[in-house]
Design a protein around this ligand. Sequence first.
Ligand SMILES: *Cc1c(COP(=O)(O)O)cnc(C)c1O
Length: 394
Amino acid sequence: MSKNWRPATQLVHGGTLRSQYGETSEAIYLTQGFVYETAEAAEARFKGESDGFIYARYGSPTNDMFEKRMCMLEGAEDARATASGMAAVAAAILCQLKAGDHIVAARALFGSCRWVVETLAPKYGIECTLVDGRFLENWEKAIQKNTKVFFLESPTNPTLEVVDIAGVAKLANQIGAKVVVDNVFATPLFQKPLELGAHIVVYSATKHIDGQGRCLGGVVLSDSEWIKEHLQDYFRHTGPAMSPFNAWTLLKGIETLPLRVKQQTENASKIADFLAEQKQVARVIYPGRADHPQADIIARQMSGGSTLVCLELKGGKQAAFALQNALEVVKISNNLGDAKSLITHPATTTHKNLSDEARAELGISAGTLRLSAGIEDTQDLLEDFARALQQVPA
Ligand SMILES: *Cc1c(COP(=O)(O)O)cnc(C)c1O
């Protein structure tokens, strides 16, 4: 398979394994195990002397196609597909740490990711320092002798702050620590953490990669040596493997990823520009706009805007609820990356478990809303917002 294919081609053809029937679409191999021609063949397979599958918890053909396709897109040497995005995050972080190690993580993280580093890891003796990831000096100040992992997402959920990935990678390399990037919000099309110096990339494939709200999935990508040394045994023996059915669903989803993300980004950018002009709106945060507070970092590390828009209404919770309830095309849901436009009120949903103080630190107010733009007609979405805003007092 050509390594020089551009992403749209990789995502349709990359990693395809055809059976003897020569099927056009990828086959779903729903099998737990594999049979061997001879006892000697089984022995060789287990010794690692022959290629092939052993057990679906370790790896299987449909999952292999999904992993190879993701590797091509990401420029990674190896990957493991997991049952959900959280299985990928937990595996990527925990597989490489032991009691006495230290994590530095950005405080602006997807809620469950923050729970893994802030609450779960310390139970096993792994310390964690949370920092305001927007400023490199905060990462540097948090470094300890036992710092082994830096963890971040960029842009962040829901306020679309960004972290200078190359800058964090440079600090990590000085002390031999690994940088794990949760690249869900950027999508693999708009940001390449490995090229920026990160060591491990994780995705919730549940989001843009499926993109049609059907199944959960995740993936961890890195170099072969790291996967072999840290992830492989953890993955085999703790069992976060993805179902082959979901691997197939995601393989079909990924074929149309560039088309969907292009339309979603176009919709998001037009909605962001429209909302920024409305009297009920206090501010709009959108990585594609020149008024984003970190536009310089975005220009350096991202090749596209975002499929998400963060907005703050002047009228607080009452206004935020009125807008959500008045929208017709845009649905109220905490999911993102879907073909359908979805809006959510972080303070009462995804971020309700944080203290008022922690929410304020992240820039989430009672009037904050997060929109995930879908692939609908742009004009229908703009009309939906224009009409719904009439229900919102200025
Ligand atoms: C959704 C999400 C996750 C978790 O993924 P699941 O597939 O829901 O387990 C992790 N990180 C980010 C940034 C997400 O948006």
